[in-house]
Write a protein that binds this ligand. Sequence first.
Ligand code: BT5
Length: 333
Amino acid sequence: MRASISILQVLKKTAQTGEKITGPALAGELGITRAAIWKKISRLRLEGYKIEAGRSGYRLIESPDLSAEELELLLPGRKIIYKKELSSTNDLALSICVNSALHGITDPRGVIIVADSQSGGKGRLGRKWLSPPGVNIYLSVILKTGLSPESAPLLPLAAGLASALALKAQTGLDVRLKWPNDLLAGGKKLGGILLELRSDPDRILFAVVGIGINVNTRKKDFPKALAHTATSILAETKTPANRAALIAAVVKELEHWARRLEEEKGKSALLTAYRSLAETLGREIRIHTEGKTYEGVATGVDHEGRLIMRSGAKTMHFSTGDVLMVRERKKPA
Ligand code: BT5
């Protein structure tokens, strides 16, 4: 694995100047045989790299926008699992948390799982997450966290904020947040977050943060059922984006905010940043939770990440639920 990374680094460096590099030069630089070089080149080609080979040497023409090698180059020092297809990145992450040895992993914390497609992508409450191949991001991160279970609602907010900030920095898109777990662009769903926990009564043991982001799905390729509610970065910006670069940016932001959540000051900073991007706040909403529906005005997010809603004289705090934003205030009868 290391050698294929360094071979890629050398190829990328030489490609920048439009140069070629010969087999013997590559073999010399990496300290491996020419036969081993040829094997690595073949493997990279299978991963989608276009590498020209001729008498004067090798030249990298094009890299795929997502591969294990791209992710490892952009996120050095992390344990990354990349699969072409998985049932669900969250399910693999949970299985690693329960039995890491079975997966050859010593410490699950910090492990990053990415798939090009999911056959059983999950939303919340048994809902499905549409996960076609070749276009979007399906990412799970096993977070290191010392948070108590009561503060768990802060984690999807941290993941949402991290994703919104990273996507904005990379693509310029104005990404907004809808409590608790939606990423919105142009008022439509750009992505979602699924938090799954394993905890003791007083301590979170593992927090799996699953993030799905529609990146290069074309508007016309969304199924009918989602045509009016879902969007992608391509649909919003008219420009395709590099998935590996986006994933690296999201992971770095997420690691940053997960660290900050360990201190009180960090929690306040998270909530301030979250509120500034929250579409829900100040709006009249209807919230469905545990089989019941409540109506009122979303007034804020409390210190534990719960939504605060004012309904007449009552103030309610919700730790989960599906929020519908009601555009117009109801006229009194
Ligand atoms: C979510 O659920 O928004 C959480 C989605 C989390 C997906 C990630 S992908 C990586 C990781 N591995 C997994 O298996 N899951 C996580 P929820 O709020 O319940 O929204 C689900 C609803 O969104 C569905 O019922 C559809 O209406 C809609 N939907 C499904 N796929 C969509 C998509 N690709 N884009 C926009 N909306 C979608």
